[in-house]
Design a protein around this ligand. Structure first.
Ligand code: ADP
Ligand code: TRP
Length: 333
């Protein structure tokens, strides 16, 4: 039986964090056994903010190392840099002809960026979802493991696929779906309660896979809490729900149950809960950090992984572009 095709990418814009891990990488690792996986470093996507060239390169190497340290096996998947696949920008150009300015301007992530960096609202930012659709459709993927923040982009990728299919009256591109593991797709919030954990914002309230033990402890002890619930079984505010989610993801089930009961009985002590969470988090992050540091010492090995990954990712990209060119009518010889 043919394995289902899976694609996902992570931008090389900084250090990976718990949101990347639980929102995306953990699912990559689960999927690598039974799917045909294409995982890549979205370095073109990182260009929207004009990174320093040296820094960009180090970021790409680090994303590769941190993915492998988290359990991704480059023997089992194609792990590559987006910019090593020239067919992606070619498909991006084709899809741009089917994407409307109005729909792109309405995308919430675009509107956020306009608010955050009003001095640099470039066309690459506007067409970001089109490039992302090209990343996915280039392999005609059916499943895309991403965090909740990417669901709208996925919907746009489905729209572009459907539009292409309708225009050329053929089911050429499957409509890619968000991959969900047993639970819903997760969103890890920033520990200060302001938005999500992220590579470049909320850095003091984001836990990075590269954070040392004491930094992790400090960040968790500073996490936002409140007075605690005043009536039994109260609804949790988002920032408390987030702490419980992190506990559930890193501690044993009995510990999570113990604090959940305390919350429901209005006798929770957040100081104790944070201490517990800090230790579980330190135990969780440490081996990933150490392994990633080890891998990054050998840049030649990382370069080799990227090169082999690109070789694995080219054939299906070439086939898709050949098919798309033929459908569009740009096959002259
Ligand atoms: P960032 O927003 O930190 O720059 P990316 O945009 O490169 O990260 O996202 C890579 C993957 O990590 C995507 O699948 C995205 O959905 C997921 N992700 C990023 N931040 C979070 C978060 N806070 N919670 C859950 N998933 C996240
Ligand atoms: N846009 C994604 C993010 O910001 C990263 C990404 C780029 C991606 N291309 C992709 C994710 C293709 C999945 C599939 O998180």
């Amino acid at each position: 039986m043919n394995k289902e095709i899976v694609v996902s990418g992570i931008r090389s814009t900084g250090y990976l964090h718990l949101g990347n891990y639980f929102g995306a990488i953990q699912n990559y690792v689960k999927m690598q056994e039974e799917h045909n996986c294409y995982f890549f470093v979205a370095d073109y996507h990182a260009l929207t903010t004009h990174p320093d060239p040296k820094e960009l390169k180090q970021n790409v190497y680090r994303v590769v190392a941190e993915n492998i340290a988290s359990g991704l096996d480059p023997e089992k998947v194609a792990l590559y840099a987006q910019s090593d696949i020239p067919e992606i920008p070619e498909l991006y150009l084709m899809l741009n002809m089917l994407a409307y300015k109005g729909e792109l301007e309405k995308v919430p992530t675009f509107k956020d960026k306009v608010r955050l960096q009003p001095e640099n609202v470039n066309a690459g930012l506007l067409t970001y979802p089109v490039l992302m659709a090209a990343d996915i459709l280039i392999h005609r993927a059916v499943k895309v493991p991403v965090g909740k923040d990417q669901e709208q982009h996925l919907e746009m990728a489905r729209n572009f696929a459907a539009r292409f299919n309708a225009r050329y009256s053929i089911d050429f591109f499957p409509e890619p779906q968000v991959y969900r593991s047993n639970q819903d797709t997760v969103k890890i919030l920033s520990l200060d309660g302001n938005g999500k954990m992220s590579k470049s914002e909320n850095v003091n309230a984001t836990i990075y896979l590269n954070d040392d033990d004491d930094t992790i402890r400090k960040k968790i002890m500073k996490a936002k809490t409140d007075q605690g619930p005043s009536e039994p079984n109260a609804e949790m505010p988002d920032f408390i729900k987030n702490m419980f989610l992190l506990l559930q993801l890193t501690a044993t089930p009995d510990i999570t149950a113990q604090y959940t009961n305390a919350y429901n009985n209005c006798n929770i002590r957040y100081g104790d809960m944070k201490k517990q969470l800090a230790e579980d988090m330190v135990t969780f992050v440490r081996p990933i950090r150490e392994r990633a540091a080890e891998l990054q010492k050998d840049e030649n090995a990382i370069r080799k992984i990227l090169k082999e990954g690109a070789e694995k990712a080219r054939p299906s990209s070439i086939a898709t572009i050949a098919g798309a060119r033929k459908l569009i009518g740009i096959n002259y010889y």
